[in-house]
Design a protein around this ligand. Structure first.
Ligand SMILES: [Zn+2]
Length: 121
């Protein structure tokens, strides 16, 4: 294995699209938003309304793009966000394994209150 900063050992990201997270570090600390996209290889997430950057876009009439400056989200490292539990706020993720009708089901739970963090029950 090559020793490179870009080839860190893959960390298991337990966040998913549509999770509500709070930013805990950096310029947007304290902001909350939903996850738009997860890059598991690089350990980065895109959060709605967080890390907005202005991008200069070239006009592309074929794709209906007007061009100019647009605001868009930049990615943030997963270690800088925390999932938000509906009852306790930012928390760490635990997991629970259940046997349901012979099938094993893994649910993500809040480490503080033990409540489920997965919307689909
Ligand atoms: Zn909780």
């Amino acid at each position: 294995m090559a020793r490179s900063k870009t080839l860190e050992k893959p960390l298991r990201i337990r966040l998913r699209r549509d999770d509500l997270v709070e930013v805990i570090a950096g310029r947007d600390r304290g902001k909350r938003g939903r996850i738009l996209k997860v890059d598991r290889r690089r350990g980065r997430v895109w959060v709605e309304g967080v890390m907005l950057v202005k991008k200069h876009v070239r006009r592309n009439p074929a794709r209906g793009i007007k061009g100019g400056i647009v605001e868009t989200e930049a990615s943030i490292h997963v270690s800088n966000v925390m999932i938000v539990c509906p009852s306790c706020g930012p928390t760490r993720i635990g997991s629970k394994v259940e046997e349901v009708g012979g099938k094993t089901r893994r649910t993500r739970i809040c480490r503080k209150c033990g409540g489920s963090l997965d919307k689909r029950a």
